[in-house]
Ligand binder design. Structure first.
Ligand code: HEM
Length: 519
């Protein structure tokens, strides 16, 4: 009886000690963060942040906070938000900063392993990156350029054969998603999904990504991310296609393909010749097999499609909505074509040709700035001993172990980089061509570059994305005239885990008169 009582009071004392330690650490943080601006409620609870994360437009919540409170804002008792490019760069390059588990492990979809994106250990991440960098860079993907051109030709063919000049409205958001998925499947693992050929998504890739992102979003917002790492309890794809959805559906769809590719690779390696030259082959050459290869294959699809699709939709929408830009862009495309320096339609333009189109490149840059394809709160923990940073000329101490997230929307409109007036809110590609202050232009370019991350975690698909965007934007405006069907509400856009899930971008499209015969 006495023993029982002692045991119980020992347990109660234990709980009281844990709660007191927690409370003391929260009070310490409250004091340490008192010099950083932010609403009082967010200093004592993470609920407003969780609600924003669960909503459809968390990026606007972050942007509003940044506009109101400045480049560093308290978003929860242990978390800050920044729109400072310098701080975001530092979080990616300064020793001691690490990826936060609350965010990255929420995106873990299999307890057996991490992909390069969800990996929070620096050593393991760097090792995996070494295995993948050549595959993503295209160094071992000899058909990269041809594959992108091949899919662009499919997109043009679909528009031309089913929509152009037929007074038929087309959901451009959907075609762009098909395009991005066809590109990543063709260059990623040599098996184009052929969604553009079918003008349909019979395997439900688009919805599966949407469902997967929505689950991940909830895990991060509700703080249940840690479940994903528990062996046997955490998630493991159910490979039965009939009963599975979200990311697991894609994993199930691909499991046998990845296994077959692995088998083929080992057989060919034995015979001394591995003829394939896609990303998957490159990963295998670097020793990536089994569950790791499957997990990375899923990442290829998600990271490689929604990001590029989100950028392209924004570029197209903003050009269609700006007659001056539309005309100037087409004038550049036409004069480039007339100069005879680019492949003539119906051939697809080469990246080496289109990257010389300065106005087009400025349009792409500006489209991605004004409507960032990524608004993901890529959270970092500060070094254990804290860090002192300079923001707006002030030195600020950041305590150890708190989390900092970037607000990309606010960063891309940062007035100390782009100018101190409302011009930062305007889509104006000319800003990239007319700026005479070299220091300012450098700062703008640096900020823009940071949309792909920085340092050891910098985007592995940047070169692919820029190729894809340059070629397809050139071809869509060289070949067609575009009209928005609902300019007052041009699309439906949801923010899911910081990626744009866009639909109902209705357009009508006409063949441009001076064009040569169809492909
Ligand atoms: C406009 C398009 C894109 C943007 C804005 C973008 C942006 C980013 C950003 C900000 C990161 C850093 C994430 C972090 O810090 O945790 C990242 C990482 C990554 N991206 Fe992209 N991305 C784009 C397109 C692509 C494409 C097309 C692919 C694949 C072909 C891709 C593959 C990856 C991979 C594998 C990583 C992880 C790199 C690592 O952790 O080492 N991305 N991307």
């Amino acid at each position: 009886m006495i023993e029982d009582l002692l045991q119980r009071s020992g347990f109660t004392v234990g709980i009281i000690l844990v709660l007191s330690a927690f409370l003391a650490s929260r009070i310490r943080l409250l004091i340490q963060l008192r010099h950083i601006k932010g609403p009082f409620l967010q200093r004592i609870t993470g609920i407003p942040h969780s609600l924003a994360f669960l909503g459809d437009d968390g990026h606007n919540w972050y942007n509003t906070l940044s506009q109101k409170y400045g480049q560093l804002v308290v978003v929860s008792p242990t978390m800050l938000l920044t729109s400072s490019p310098d701080l975001w760069a530092r979080m990616n390059t300064h020793p001691g900063y690490v990826k936060s588990k609350w965010f990255y492990h929420a995106a873990r979809f299999d307890w057996r392993g991490d992909n390069i994106f969800t990996q929070t250990s620096i050593e393991k991440h760097d090792e995996r990156r070494n295995q993948m960098i050549r595959g993503y860079s295209g160094a071992e993907n000899l058909t990269l350029e041809a594959d992108i051109e091949f899919v662009v030709a499919k997109l043009l063919h679909l528009i031309r054969s089913r929509y152009a000049g037929q007074r038929k409205s087309m959901d451009l958001a959907q075609k762009i998603q098909f395009f991005a998925l066809d590109v990543i499947s063709a260059i990623g693992f040599g098996e184009c999904f052929h969604l553009l050929d079918a003008d349909d998504d019979p395997n439900n890739y688009v919805n599966s990504i949407r469902e997967g992102l929505s689950v991940v979003c909830k895990q991060a917002a509700l703080g249940t991310w840690w479940l994903n790492s528990i062996p046997f309890i955490g998630p493991k794809p159910n490979l039965d296609l009939k009963t599975t959805n979200g990311f697991y559906r894609i994993a199930s769809l691909h499991a046998s393909m990845v296994e077959a590719r692995e088998k083929e690779f080992h057989e060919q390696k034995k015979s001394g010749v591995v003829p394939r030259a896609d990303m998957l082959t490159s990963f295998m050459k670097k020793g990536l097999f089994g569950i790791d290869l499957k997990i990375e294959n899923l990442l290829q699809i998600v990271a490689g499609s929604d990001t590029a699709a989100g950028s392209l939709r924004a570029i197209l929408l903003y050009v269609m909505a700006n007659p001056r830009v539309y005309k100037t862009l087409q004038a550049e495309i036409d004069s480039t074509e007339e100069s005879g320096l680019v492949s003539q339609a119906p051939q697809i333009v080469k990246f080496s040709q289109v990257k010389e189109c300065v106005y087009l490149q400025a349009v792409i840059k500006e489209g991605m700035r004004i409507f960032s394809p990524i608004n993901t709160p890529l959270s970092r923990n500060t070094p254990p001993g804290g860090d002192t940073v300079t923001i707006d000329g002030d030195e600020i101490y950041l305590p150890g172990g708190i989390q900092i997230i970037p607000s990309f929307k606010a960063m891309h409109r940062n007035k100390s980089v782009y100018g101190r007036d409302s011009d930062v809110e305007v889509f104006r590609p000319e800003r990239w061509l007319e700026e005479r202050d070299e220091k300012k232009l450098e700062a703008m370019k640096r900020e823009h570059h940071l949309m792909f991350g920085d340092g050891r975690w910098q985007c592995l698909g940047k070169a692919i994305a820029m190729r894809e965007l340059s070629i397809v934007t050139f071809e869509l405006f060289r070949n067609f005239e575009w009209t928005l069907v609902n300019p007052e509400k041009p699309w439906k856009d949801l923010n899911l885990f910081g990626l744009h899930s866009t639909s109902d971008m209705w357009v009508q499209v006409e063949e441009r008169k001076q064009l040569r015969p169809a492909i």
